[in-house]
Design a protein around this ligand. Structure first.
Ligand code: DLL
Length: 432
């Protein structure tokens, strides 16, 4: 089901809507946010220089550090009396990034999430189990408002208490699950180990998963083992939260809701805008936000824009699965590799699970990359020969696919710590 008519606009209609909205946004930030006025003045531009969406390249970029420098409310464009909600990032060091919403912003946000839920055919007939964290993180409340808008019955279970969540999913007959892919995997393993029959005991038909980079192989395995259709939901708190883009039933690529969030891809080194089809850093400009409008925000996420119209009929531009973050890309002895690429290789090896960790360290002048991964339950841990065969297989696959030499350590099932939210997959000891 298609939620909004804007998902079907022709290119001309979209361009004219975006142009009008960009002009409004630029005027608003120039008048109300000293940070933007100063930046525009330094570049010698005024709102009069912005007449269509193609003028966006004249505007300056905004980075996470700009939010930190203006902590807490320095980038807000309205008086506090107009704000109805504050969210904040989960950054572990320094000041967090803070974002504010007016009533209208909460409406746009809920609509973005409703569009993704509609891609998964989630309606008022569904029971959606939301296990994203509720609180300052945008996952829980974002999904909650979108699900309420489509009229689904929400089970706001938040994170933690995995066994109890599995029991409730079964007893309440949840038909949809929304959480991080790693937590969905943890719920699955818990259900299996507690003896549930996934196909008979659960009524799940769709999963709405996001908030962390995930490989194609991981997604396919999760969908197959939960017996559901997998829908990717993308977003970040600086832009609005979940519901900036999502994937439908026709393809794993994500439709970007470009009537509200204008996407560009840049080369993170030269900052040049790249043509469609080229891989680079996603930059987003909000076109309708009131409380916390943001211009050309460098998301740090690496992807590719796909202009071809999807089989589902939606006309909005799509992006490929996020490969990772610019700052998560590992450079191992000069070879660039994203953790999600390692994950994809692991997903094709039968004897191991997708519970893994990547540890990077220095050995003399060289980088050493270790992949620690849990084997499946039926792998004989006492057979050195069998373990060595699997280790060699993984090493050979990583070498031929990603050109990296690795040390592979196989560990017993259930020994790597599980995550309730976003997984910690990489430990880079070089930077410690
Ligand atoms: O993670 C918002 C969200 C909540 C999205 C629930 C989807 C579902 P932040 O905590 O600000 O917000 O983190 C944003 O998470 O820049 C990406 O690196 C990553 N991310 C979010 N969604 C996806 C996705 C939320 N579908 C950061 N695929 C982003 C890959 C994702 N990475």
């Amino acid at each position: 089901m298609i939620w909004s008519k804007e998902e079907l606009l022709s290119r001309d209609e979209m361009t004219s809507l975006q142009s009008k909205r960009l002009k409004d946004t630029v005027s608003k930030v120039y008048a109300n946010v000293p940070f933007y006025k100063k930046k525009f003045d330094e570049l010698g531009i005024t709102p009069n220089d912005i007449n269509s969406i193609s003028d966006i390249s004249k505007l300056p970029f905004t980075k996470k550090q700009d939010l930190r420098d203006n902590y807490p409310f320095g980038l807000f464009a309205v008086d506090n009396s107009e704000l109805v909600r504050i969210h904040s990032s989960s950054g572990t060091t320094g000041k967090p990034t803070v974002v504010g919403y007016t009533k209208a912003d909460i409406g746009v946000w809920a609509e973005g999430v409703a569009r993704v839920l509609s891609m998964a055919d989630i309606t008022n007939k569904d029971i959606i189990h939301i296990a994203y964290g509720y609180g300052l993180f945008t996952g829980g409340l974002g999904l909650h408002d979108g699900a309420s808008l489509v009229g689904a019955t929400v089970v706001p279970s938040s994170g933690g208490f995995t066994s109890r969540q599995v029991m409730l999913m079964k007893d309440f007959g949840a038909t949809a699950l929304a959480c991080t892919p790693t937590f969905a995997f943890h719920l699955l393993e818990t259900a299996e180990s507690e003896g549930y029959d996934i196909k008979k005991d659960f009524k799940l038909k769709a999963g709405v998963f996001g908030a962390e980079p995930t490989s194609k192989g991981f997604k396919e395995e999760l969908a197959r083992r939960w017996n559901i259709s997998y829908h990717d939901i993308y977003g970040l708190s600086e832009i609005i939260g979940p519901g900036v883009a999502g994937s439908c039933k026709h393809s794993p690529d994500l439709h970007i809701f470009e009537d509200h969030f204008y996407p560009e891809i840049i080369d993170p080194e030269t900052l040049k805008v790249l043509p469609y089809g080229e891989k680079g850093e996603l930059v987003i400009t909000s076109l309708t936000k009131q409380g916390f409008p943001i211009i050309r925000y460098r998301t740090g996420d690496v992807t590719v824009l796909v202009p071809q119209i999807c089989g589902c009929g939606r006309t909005q531009i799509r992006m490929k699965n996020i490969m990772g973050r610019v700052d998560d890309m590992l450079i191992v002895n000069g070879v660039n590799v994203f953790p999600s690429q390692v994950e994809h290789v692991l997903s094709n090896i039968d004897e191991i699970t997708l519970n893994y960790q990547i540890i990077v360290d220095k050995k003399g002048y060289l980088d050493k990359l270790e992949v620690m991964v849990e084997v499946t339950e039926n792998m004989p841990m006492d057979s050195i020969g069998a373990l060595e065969r699997v280790q060699k297989k993984i090493q050979a696959e990583l070498l031929s696919n990603l050109y990296i030499h690795t040390v592979v350590k196989l560990v017993e099932p259930r020994t790597i710590e599980r995550s309730q939210g976003k997984a910690v997959r990489v430990i880079d000891k070089r930077s410690l």
